[in-house]
Design a protein. Structure first.
Length: 582
């Protein structure tokens, strides 16, 4: 009943919104009409974009995949001639910039800034360069956007009301890009794979320390982008954004990844965007990806204006460097397809830093009126400008040799479905086939004791490898490692990788033993068996001699014999995705 009621209310408000919000000709937005203090509700946002689509041949709004909220994800394409055929767009040598908004709808800056940007393009107040196609997701987290309140985000300076971080399943979509538990993430993946964007921008609002900067920026960590793209990102793209923004009147700072501890003036380590995050996911596909983070204590008007300016900066740099971006991406794509090994583990490089100009506020400690204990405060009457170290290097601490192919049995269809969604090229065996493969066996792992985003992630994975001849069934999948998805495949299919499907519990079935025995019945069978198995018998005696508690435990000894025997199930802790290396 409740959902039906909500639905009726929504529909009614949707049509009301269409009439009230927009005098279509002016194209002014709720944000503007409110003097920069309000952001529109979901139905208002979509009806506004629908009207812009109707008004202008440059704008097309497409309905894409379904989301958990029961509404399709919308995608707005803005280009010179309104072309939304992406194959044709690429053939015409245009660069595609994908802008994602409202992944955290309590941070709606991008929602409003994108509306202003599109409106200004249509009104010819801002010229979209002919070599750029803008693809805008007006609101990604629709469920969160519908869940609106004035009270979420207690320490954010506006707008008056906004949405909630969790989606319709209360998931944080900015952790869902690999595991894709939400329909939202699946719809996004389809969009991303369809577009293959050159640049990806995911608009956010930050919390954390106080400082003068209105806009901060997470640039996808450059070391993990590989030599070709990483160098261009680090030495050209990112510095140019700082310069362009400066010209527009904004002192951009790298995202202030500082959470207490020592003083912010001592610098901080660059944010690590692993593939679970939007920028980390995009980076797997050789896409230049960024997460703008406006500062939560700045007035909403300023935050939206700076988001607008930063989106212009992306457009201007991408347009001016169109050929370089295309070539760099293509070289990176070729390198990915040909690479013989891939890094899967990283750590912060404490030696590598560069100096940045940071505009902060002096901080100190005083007595809290809540607890009577010392508390941190920032003194806005004492601004400072200081060159501080920004630790922006990461180094690889472990890599894997790329196999010739992976094989995944068809039973693991949830993973296969995600691979397919990511346009991974694979073929199924036409007949039962025996192949020599490398098999991983999980020796150790830790599972998070409490759930994180609907999972108990497995970490600290240690494994050993055996080489075996395995017979695969007709319909099992062979995934050649000669494709643009190579990096994605390694990051998702190698169990030690931070955001692998093993880590996200897709293979937890192998972590539990399925068969066992009744001790009284197995006792006699085991005793007989040991007579014909001197090696196992010797192992048992050695273990008894070395371990007194083992020597005192009948059940531990019986279980030892079982685990060494032919009756023990081979699938236990045996990772089902195997590696073809010959
Ligand atoms: Zn956010």
């Amino acid at each position: 009943m409740r959902s039906l009621f909500t639905c009726c209310v929504l529909l009614t408000s949707f049509f009301l919104a269409s009439c009230v919000v927009l005098s279509a000709q002016s194209g002014s937005t709720k944000f503007e009409k409110s003097g920069g203090t309000q952001t529109p509700a979901y139905p208002e946002i979509i009806s506004w974009w629908q009207q812009l689509d109707q008004q202008s041949g440059k704008v097309r709004m497409l309905s894409m995949g379904m989301t958990d909220a029961g509404f399709p994800l919308h995608l707005v394409i803005i280009s010179e001639n309104g072309d939304s055929d992406f194959e044709a767009v690429r053939k015409r040598n245009k660069r595609i910039i994908l802008i994602n908004n409202g992944i955290h709808p309590g941070e709606p800056d991008g929602i409003d800034a994108s509306m202003l940007l599109a409106r200004d393009i249509v009104a010819k107040k801002y010229t979209l360069p002919a070599n750029i196609v803008l693809a805008i997701i007006p609101v990604y987290n629709i469920g969160g956007c519908l869940n609106r309140s004035a009270d979420y985000r207690v320490d954010q300076n506006g707008p008056e009301e906004f949405g909630f971080r969790g989606n319709s399943q209360n998931l944080d979509l900015n952790r869902d890009f690999i595991k894709a538990d939400s329909r939202d993430a699946r719809a996004f993946t389809e969009i991303f794979q369809l577009l293959n964007p050159d640049v990806f921008v995911d608009n956010h609002v930050s919390n954390g320390a106080d400082y003068q900067h209105v806009m901060t920026l997470i640039t996808s960590q450059h070391n993990k982008l590989g030599e070709v793209m990483g160098e261009f990102m680090h030495n050209q793209f990112e510095p140019a954004l700082f310069t362009i923004m400066k010209d527009k009147g904004y002192d951009l700072a790298p995202y202030v990844n500082f959470w207490g501890g020592s003083k912010v003036e001592d610098g901080w380590q660059e944010f690590w965007d692993s593939p679970r995050y939007g920028s980390g996911y995009a980076a797997l596909w050789n896409c230049f990806s960024f997460i703008p983070e406006t500062h939560m204590l700045k007035p909403y008007l300023q935050r939206v204006q700076s988001t607008y300016a930063l989106m212009q900066s992306f457009i201007e740099f991408t347009s001016a460097n169109s050929e370089k971006i295309r070539d760099t991406r293509e070289r990176a794509r070729q390198a990915t397809m040909a690479a013989s090994s891939f890094p899967v583990k990283w750590m912060a490089d404490k030696e590598k830093f560069r100096k940045i100009t940071f505009r902060g506020y002096e901080s100190g400690s005083r007595i809290s009126n809540v607890s009577g204990l010392p508390r941190l405060y920032y003194d806005r009457t004492k601004p400072f400008v200081m060159d501080i170290p920004f630790y922006d290097g990461y180094k690889s601490t472990g890599s894997v040799t790329a196999p010739k192919a992976y094989i995944i049995p068809q039973g693991w269809w949830k993973v296969i479905e995600l691979l397919r969604l990511n346009k991974v090229s694979m073929r199924s065996f036409r007949a039962d086939t025996t192949i020599e493969v490398e098999v991983y066996h999980i020796d150790e792992y830790k599972s998070a004791p409490r759930p994180y985003e609907g999972h108990h992630p497995n970490t600290d994975v240690k494994l050993h490898t055996t080489v075996e001849k395995v017979t695969y069934r007709k319909g099992d999948y062979y995934i050649p490692m000669n494709q643009p998805a190579n990096r994605f495949l390694v990051e998702t299919l190698e169990p030690q990788a931070e955001d692998s499907y093993f880590s996200w519990n897709f293979f937890d079935g192998i972590l539990g033993q399925k068969e066992g025995y009744s001790a009284y019945a197995f006792e006699d069978i085991a005793a007989d068996y040991l007579k014909s198995q001197p090696a196992i018998r010797e192992g048992l005696e050695k273990r008894r001699a070395a371990d007194s508690s083992f020597a005192k435990s009948a059940s531990a000894q019986l279980n030892y014999v079982y685990q060494q025997s032919k009756w023990f199930e081979p699938s236990y802790l045996r990772y089902p995705v195997t590696r073809v290396v010959k």
